[in-house]
Design a protein around this ligand. Structure first.
Ligand SMILES: [Mn+2]
Length: 321
C-alpha cells in the first residue's frame, strides 16, 4: 500500500514561472505528483490511502483544477483499478467540521468514481485483506477527535489502520516549531493509549515527514507546497504485509524550493534571500521611547535599496498620519 497526504492541488501563481516560452505550472506538478503516487501503488499492490488536503482552497475550485483533477483521477487511478481510501482535511472542507455539525467536502464529489472510498467517520474492509481501515477527518474540536477514535475502538481490531488529519503531540512543523500537546486533552502518552490497537496511524496536516510514536507517522507533503517547506523532504510512505514501512522521497525530477537567485535551472522554484539589515534600530538610536519614524524609513530604504520615489511615498504615508 502507498500512503500519502497534503497534495494541496491549486493553480498557484507564485513560482509558476515561464522558462524559455514553457510555463512551469505548479498545478501541473501537483497532478504529476498524483500520477507518480498512483504509479507506485499500481506496481505495489494497487491500494492508495490519502490522509486529507487534496485541494488547497476550501472555498472554491478553479475551472482548470476541476478539469485536471477529474481527468487525472480517471486516467491514473480509476482506469488502473486502484482502490483509493481517503479522508477529508481542513482544506477540503468549506466550513466548521464537528461530529454533530459536518461540513461539506470536495472529496464527497469524487465518490462518483468506483475506486474512490471516502471513509470519513467510518471503517471499511480492505479488499482481499482481513483488516479494516478507519477514517478520522479534520475536526475543529480535538474533543471530537478523541470521541470518534473511542467510538472506532469499540469495533476495531488489532492490526487495523487509522487515517487522521490533525496536529499530533510532539510533532514538528516544517519551520521547526514543536506543536507540543494537542490542547490539554492529547499528550503523547494519551495518544499511544488511545491508538494502541492500530498497526499503523497515517496522519496528514503537518507537511513534514516524521514518526510520532511506534505506530504513528505524520506522512508529510508529497511535493513542497510553499517556501516554508524548503528544508523538508517531500514523499510518501509504503507499507507491505509486515510491520515495516518505508519512506519514498519524491524523485529529483520534480521541483523543490531553493533559497537564492535562479541559476541556469528551469525546474526548481527559487526564493530570494530576505534583505540583510545593516543595523538594528534600538531605543538608543531610535531617539528615545518615541521611535523616530523618519530615521526608521531612512534605514529601511537603505537596507532594501528602495527607490527615491517609493521612499518619498512611504515617508508621506508614515509621517503625515
Ligand atoms: Mn491540513
Amino acid at each position: 500500500m502507498i500512503h500519502f497526504a497534503d497534495l494541496h492541488l491549486h493553480p498557484f501563481k507564485e513560482h509558476s514561472h515561464n522558462v524559455g516560452g514553457k510555463v512551469n505550472s505548479r498545478l501541473e506538478w501537483g497532478i504529476k505528483t498524483l500520477e507518480w503516487v498512483s504509479t507506485l501503488a499500481y506496481h505495489d499492490d494497487a491500494i492508495l490511502t490519502f490522509s486529507g488536503d487534496l485541494i488547497h482552497d476550501p472555498e472554491s475550485m478553479r475551472n482548470s483544477l476541476f478539469v485536471n483533477l477529474l481527468q487525472a483521477y480517471d486516467r491514473y487511478i480509476e482506469r488502473r483499478g486502484i482502490d483509493f481510501y481517503a479522508i477529508s482535511g481542513n482544506h477540503d472542507m468549506s466550513g466548521y467540521n464537528g461530529i454533530e455539525d459536518r461540513s461539506s467536502s470536495y472529496l464527497q464529489g469524487l465518490s462518483i468514481f468506483r475506486t474512490f472510498k471516502l471513509i470519513d467517520y467510518r471503517g471499511v474492509g480492505l479488499r482481499n485483506r482481513a483488516n479494516r481501515i478507519w477514517g478520522v477527518p479534520y475536526l475543529n474540536n480535538p474533543k471530537d477527535t478523541i470521541k470518534l477514535i473511542k467510538d472506532f475502538n469499540k469495533s476495531s481490531d488489532a492490526g487495523d489502520i487509522l487515517l487522521i488529519h490533525s496536529d499530533l503531540p510532539g510533532a514538528t512543523t516544517p519551520m521547526g516549531i514543536q506543536t507540543g500537546d494537542v490542547d490539554e486533552y492529547i499528550d503523547l502518552a494519551y495518544w499511544k493509549k488511545l491508538t494502541k490497537k492500530y498497526q499503523f496511524v497515517f496522519a496528514g496536516h503537518i507537511h513534514k515527514h516524521q514518526r510520532i510514536c511506534e505506530n504513528t507517522y505524520m506522512i508529510g507533503a508529497p511535493i513542497q507546497k510553499d517556501s516554508g517547506e524548503i528544508n523538508t523532504t517531500p514523499g510518501v510512505i509504503e507499507s507491505g504485509s509486515g510491520s515495516k514501512i518505508k519512506f519514498i522521497p519524491l524523485p529529483d525530477t520534480f521541483p523543490r524550493f531553493i533559497r537564492g537567485e535562479r541559476q541556469n535551472d528551469s525546474l526548481n522554484w527559487y526564493v530570494p534571500h530576505p534583505p540583510k539589515l545593516t543595523s538594528e534600530v534600538t531605543l538608543e538610536n531610535s531617539g528615545g521611547y518615541v521611535i523616530n519614524r523618519k530615521k526608521l524609513i531612512k534605514q529601511y530604504a537603505k537596507d532594501t535599496k528602495l527607490s527615491s520615489t517609493k521612499t518619498k511615498f512611504l515617508k508621506t504615508l508614515l509621517t503625515k498620519i
